[in-house]
Design a protein around this ligand. Structure first.
Ligand SMILES: Cc1cc2nc3c(=O)[nH]c(=O)nc-3n(C[C@H](O)[C@H](O)[C@H](O)COP(=O)(O)OP(=O)(O)OC[C@H]3O[C@@H](n4cnc5c(N)ncnc54)[C@H](O)[C@@H]3O)c2cc1C
Length: 297
């Protein structure tokens, strides 16, 4: 049995800790913030769970597999259906009823659809396994939200006696341990750095998440125009705002204004039906493949 110190209680840290525990190591986690989950969080607003932009879980990926392994009840997942996502002026994301368009798409001769797929599956980044998963119905909305997944991992770790110490910032790593910002030396046989350091080039995007008290898009899963996407989580997963709309939107350029423009264009009167909303003008995203093998972005 080795003493393993995990630095960071984001998704990667929690999955790593669970993996190390399952390998019979003695694990402990140190987290610099007061709360756990890192960027993998959702917030409660007027009884609705809002995230920043559409968070889609890769079914069968590392995070999903670990959550399933440690939970008694399976997480509730519903896939986004590409044949229910409309690309403005171009048809459905997966044109099932149009063999000619399907063929062009399969032969890689449809750059508009390719771009739309990259937007939904990897927020503009090309992540082959997530792109494939979207087309195969394995990119899913999580009923309990991202924070629900974090909660499941954290409560299992607590149950099996893996301590998570918050408010502890690691400033230095040495052979055989780490040093905290308060100068405390903590020894460990193995240190796993899960501090969310970017791997690829960062990209800035904007998001808007909004709950409406009506269903103007009916059962449509989403609308895409250029590099702006509106996903309707309520149409994808029945647990999200039943009887209402839960739009989770992202714009790779043009800011929140570009999202609002598309909403004005396609969802007339949406502003007068808002129950709650959250927007973020500039979120930095980095490709984190290599950290978690399911290509979380
Ligand atoms: C808006 C947005 C939308 C996203 N959508 C999706 C999606 O749809 N699907 C998907 O798979 N992924 C998505 N992601 C990405 C996913 O949320 C992240 O890839 C994932 O949360 C990263 O986890 P992590 O543990 O590597 O890093 P982080 O979440 O950044 O966690 C790192 C943790 O380490 C702590 N830490 C850092 N430095 C120290 C230190 N020196 N000492 C102690 N603790 C430290 C931090 O406080 C933090 O808690 C999205 C991310 C964002 C921001």
């Amino acid at each position: 049995m080795k003493r393993v110190l995990v630095v960071g209680a984001g998704i990667q840290g929690l999955v790593t800790a669970a993996r190390e525990h399952l390998s019979n190591n003695q694990v402990f986690i140190l987290e610099k913030r007061k709360r756990i989950g890192g960027r993998g969080t959702s917030e409660d607003s007027f009884g609705h769970q809002l995230e920043h932009g559409p968070h889609l879980l890769l079914k069968g990926g590392e995070l999903h597999t670990m959550v399933k392994k440690v939970s008694k009840v399976k997480p509730s997942l519903r896939p986004i259906r590409p044949h229910k996502v409309h690309i403005v002026g171009h048809g459905m994301l997966q044109p099932l009823n149009n063999p000619k368009k399907m063929l062009a798409f399969k032969l890689g001769q449809d750059p508009v659809r390719e771009q739309a797929i990259r937007l939904v599956s990897g927020w503009g980044q090309d992540i082959p396994e997530r792109r494939k998963a979207l087309l195969k119905g394995r990119l899913c909305v999580v009923g309990e939200g991202w924070s629900g997944l974090v909660g499941r991992l954290a409560s299992t770790l607590e149950e099996v006696g893996v301590p998570i110490q918050t408010g502890m910032k690691i400033t230095e790593q040495y052979d055989g341990g780490v040093i905290t910002s308060k100068g405390l030396k903590i020894e460990a046989d193995i240190v796993r750095m899960c501090d969310g350091k970017p791997v690829g080039d960062p990209v800035k995007v904007s998001t808007l998440d909004v709950i409406l008290d009506n269903k103007p898009l009916k059962d449509l899963h989403g609308i895409i125009k250029g590099d702006v996407a509106i996903l309707n989580l309520a149409a994808i997963h029945s647990r999200k705002a039943p009887g209402m709309s839960h739009f989770s939107c992202i714009a790779l350029s043009g800011g929140v204004e570009a999202i609002e423009q598309l909403l004005d264009e396609r969802v007339s009167g949406w502003r007068s039906h808002i129950i709650t909303k959250r927007q973020n003008d500039s979120i930095t995203l980095t490709d984190s493949r290599g950290h978690l093998s399911d290509g979380v972005i």
